[in-house]
Design a protein around this ligand. Structure first.
Ligand SMILES: *[C@@H]1O[C@H](CO)[C@@H](O)[C@H](O)[C@H]1NC(C)=O
Ligand SMILES: *[C@@H]1O[C@H](CO)[C@@H](O)[C@H](O)[C@H]1NC(C)=O
Length: 131
């Protein structure tokens, strides 16, 4: 990475750390902007990340995706309704690459390959991952 790009990125992150509210899902930046070290644990389908909070520093936070995302007939949905099933039990090959959750889900009509950007699901509420 060249020096100019690093300075621009550094300035971007510095201003994100200082000026951007970290507690408003709808108005605030995507969680991937204010959280770093985002990792997925396939054993319990959880996301762990270091999330900035008001003031300086960050908190390591973990959230289980089963309570945040459901499988509705082969589609991953946040804030899922009564037609949703637990994607842990109804989908396989679940992975997170970057912030994209993907899996293979069987439905009444066949096999689907849904994905959802976790930035539309999770938010950083003052250092705590929520959905
Ligand atoms: C998932 O498992 C990890 C490692 O065992 C644990 O630290 C974390 O608390 C678990 N998360 C949830 C949401 O259950
Ligand atoms: C989904 O299924 C997993 C695996 O059986 C279970 O651990 C988890 O509690 C379930 N979550 C919900 C929200 O039903």
């Amino acid at each position: 990475m060249n020096t100019l790009l690093s300075s621009v990125l550094l300035a971007l992150f510095a201003s994100a750390a200082i000026a951007v509210p970290v507690n408003e899902r709808d108005d605030g930046p995507p969680f991937s902007v204010t959280c770093s070290g985002i990792s997925f644990n396939p054993d319990n389908n959880s996301i762990t990340a270091d999330c900035l909070h008001i003031g300086t520093g960050s908190t390591t936070s973990t959230i289980g995706l089963n309570s945040c995302v459901g499988n509705e007939n082969g589609a991953f949905l946040a804030h899922c309704g009564p037609l949703c099933t637990n994607f842990s039990t109804s989908c396989s090959s679940i992975s997170v690459i970057g912030t994209i959750l993907s899996g293979i889900c069987t439905t009444t009509t066949g096999t689907q390959f849904p994905s959802i950007d976790l930035n539309s699901v999770l938010s950083n509420e003052n250092g705590i991952l929520t959905c």
